[in-house]
Design a protein around this ligand. Structure first.
Ligand code: AMP
Length: 207
């Protein structure tokens, strides 16, 4: 079992964020859950990877070539996959993982979370998604999600498909128990996630 964690390329203002990353990394190692993440040494990403490795865990990193120097690719991972684009990074992380957890982070973290969540709504995967609510970070986002439901932009079952908890052990339990709501557009679900490449053209005479 492998879980992909989205988290910050910055450490955040208070030590609680790094502490949560450390705790999650240790929990993964203890539970024999492989960590999939962005492959960097910076921010809470680096803290998470170091904690997992130090506790004897397995870590898979996926980093675009252009960020190898900027986010400083982690030299000590079990496996580091270098990809060409940000889109390939997300697609590769999705392929490698059986579920996703978002720790607090910035625009990149939310972009990755929201993309993987929209893929679930479209039926591109049915893997659980959890938000680790450190220092009230994600409980600030839930009122907006409730507003999306109230305003008719989001179905309740897709909001509820996001598991949220302050305790990583409870969060993993919630993620293990969740039943995916199924795709938003019945019959329109594709079998795989987009990989950032254009599809092969289909000739006019082909079925
Ligand atoms: P941040 O939360 O902004 O500190 O970013 C966390 C991680 O998300 C960093 O590794 C960023 O490189 C990454 N990131 C930002 N935007 C994207 C994107 N569009 N696709 C994939 N990863 C991204």
């Amino acid at each position: 079992m492998r879980i992909c964690v989205f988290c910050g390329s910055s450490p955040g203002r208070i030590p609680a964020y790094a502490d949560a990353a450390t705790g999650l990394g240790r929990l993964f190692a203890e539970r024999r859950i492989g960590l999939v993440y962005g492959g960097a040494t910076v921010g809470t990403m680096g803290v998470l990877a170091d904690a997992t490795l130090a506790a004897g865990g397995t870590v898979y990193g996926v980093i675009p070539t252009q960020l190898v120097d900027r986010e400083i690719a982690h030299p000590g991972l079990t496996e580091l996959y270098e990809v060409t684009t940000m889109h390939q990074r997300k697609a590769r992380m999705e392929e490698l993982a059986d579920g996703f957890i978002a720790l607090p982070g910035g625009a990149g973290t939310l972009e990755e979370l929201f993309e993987v969540w929209t893929w679930a709504q479209l039926g591109l995967h049915d893997k659980p998604i959890g938000l680790l609510d450190v220092a009230g970070f994600y409980s600030r986002m839930t009122p907006l999600l409730d507003h999306m439901v109230a305003e008719g932009f989001l179905r309740e079952e897709y909001r509820d498909a996001l598991q949220i908890d302050t305790d990583p052990v409870v969060l993993l339990e919630k993620m293990a128990a969740v039943r995916p709501p199924g795709p938003k557009w019945s019959g329109a679900a594709a079998s795989s996630v987009p990989d950032g490449r254009e599809p092969e053209p289909t000739g006019p005479g082909e079925p």
